[in-house]
Design a protein around this ligand. Structure first.
Ligand SMILES: Cc1ncc(COP(=O)(O)O)c(C=O)c1O
Length: 445
């Protein structure tokens, strides 16, 4: 046997980590930045790389580190649970799991009172679709173009972006409706004179491409990976009414928008609609793998087959989630997300006014904001600028700020700090972004 010596984390440099990543991980495991940042530690909104450089984290592990890195309350709960009991599977009830389920039922919108725990957003969305199909006895699902649901075969089929689809869509029962992407209206119309035609077209979609009765409509209140596409105010009321008229359930994917992110507990509250099934993941356990599918008792009762999720509702993740939700409530992070979100938004709009050519649109709600980069908005040339977006990420990294990007064309900055962000941190990030726009417009610095 060839025994290999694997050095401990502390013995590696950033360059060595990057080299090993390149050698041993799938090349498709894409990292941000030409020279990926090897993060080693974090506290609050500050993270540090292996070389000791500090950054302000305005993407929070893709909107997942909801109450800040190294949150003492959450970490304390995790450590205590690790010492007590790490894993039992869904075959045994545990205190952390039932506590969490009860809490989620109390926070959930409308009549949602039962939940099923899994370990990722993908699995939660899979469960939501399965429950809609089981409950209605039908299979067809309407999803949205530009949506993102994850990386399983079904989730890739639900996803409405070619770039995230490794193999052809395998689940013919998914039909994609037009996205409520006003900045690039698929119908070439302008809101509000459009009468929200994209939502009304769902009726035509159901009548022409399905059997006329569907299992459900799965949508994110704001399409995150799609580039923070933020529907007009009436969109969901119109869409969901049509869906229900055709026998479908509303499956609300709150994987990104849930748990205070948009300034309300749930993204659907912003649109005054109540889902029949809701999925939540990312920010629920401050970074530990956990997701949940919530539904009404009647829908939950429909599932009669055996079902198991080995890691679903792991007690450590559930303990982390209980502590995370307690921090959200005690520190009123819903209110903080609304307040700091507004400050962030106003600052981004100021930056847009300073850089009117490059910035086509600023959109989003609360602490989920997107900035779309185009060729020349002043000349109505909305050609997407993915290279400028990458350059902007590099420039902001140089200035100690980490942000995300997304959109079908890779030209949307995604700005979504942990919910505990302060006004000073928002201002610091805005300062770095402003300088970064100046730098890319001057051809880099
Ligand atoms: C809205 C939405 N749904 C589902 C998923 C899939 O979640 P996961 O990557 O945890 O499987 C994501 C991930 O980004 C997401 O943004």
């Amino acid at each position: 046997m060839n025994a290999k010596t694997v050095p401990t984390e502390g013995a590696l440099t950033s360059a060595e980590v990057r080299a090993k990543h390149k050698q041993y991980l799938f090349p498709a495991t894409a990292n941000y930045y030409q020279e990926p940042v090897v993060l080693a530690e974090g506290k609050g909104l500050r993270v540090r790389d292996l070389d000791g450089r500090e950054y302000l984290d305005f993407f929070g592990g893709i909107l997942t580190v909801s109450v800040g890195h190294g949150n003492e309350r959450v970490n304390g709960a995790i450590k205590a649970q690790v010492d007590r009991l790490v894993h039992v599977s869904t075959l045994y009830p545990t205190v952390p799991v039932v506590t969490l389920a009860e809490k989620l039922a109390s926070l959930a919108p409308g009549q949602l009172e039962k939940c099923y725990f899994t370990a990722s957003g993908t699995e939660a969305d899979e469960t939501a679709v399965m429950m809609a199909q089981v409950h209605t006895g039908r299979t067809e699902i309407v999803a949205l173009r530009h949506g993102y649901s994850g990386r399983s075969m079904l989730a890739q089929s639900l996803t409405g972006q070619a770039s995230w689809r490794a193999v052809p869509s395998q689940v013919a029962a998914v039909k994609h409706a037009m996205a409520p992407y006003c900045y690039r209206c698929p119908l070439g119309l302008t809101y509000p004179s459009c009468g929200v035609r994209c939502a009304r077209d769902i009726e035509e979609l159901i009548r022409t491409t399905t059997q006329g009765r569907i299992a459900g409509f799965l949508a994110e209140p704001i399409q995150g990976v799609g580039g923070v596409i933020t529907p007009p105010q009436e969109y969901f009321q119109i869409a969901v009414e049509i869906v229900r008229k055709h026998g479908g359930l509303f499956l609300c994917d709150e994987v990104q928008t849930g748990l205070c992110r948009t300034g309300t507990w749930w993204g659907c509250e912003q649109y005054d609609v109540e889902p029949d099934i809701l999925t939540v993941a990312k920010g629920i356990a401050n970074g530990l793998p956990l997701s949940a599918t919530l539904c009404t008792a009647a829908i939950a009762d429909s599932l009669k087959s055996l079902t198991i999720s080995t890691f679903g509702g792991n007690p450590v993740s559930a303990a982390a989630a209980n502590a995370t939700l307690a921090v959200m409530e005690e520190q009123d992070l819903k209110e903080n997300a609304a307040r700091q979100g507004q400050r962030l938004r106003e600052g981004l709009e100021r930056i847009q006014r300073k850089h009117p050519r490059t910035i086509g649109e600023v959109r989003g709600k609360g602490l989920m904001q997107g900035v779309e980069l185009v060729k020349d908005e002043t000349a109505s040339d909305r050609t997407p600028q993915p290279q400028a977006t990458n350059a902007l990420l590099e420039e902001s990294r140089k200035r100690g700020l980490l942000i995300g990007k997304g959109g079908l064309y890779g030209n949307v900055l995604r700005i979504a700090p942990p919910l505990v962000v302060t006004a000073a941190e928002v201002d610091e990030a805005l300062g770095a972004l402003d300088e970064s726009f100046t730098a890319i417009e001057a051809g880099g610095s």
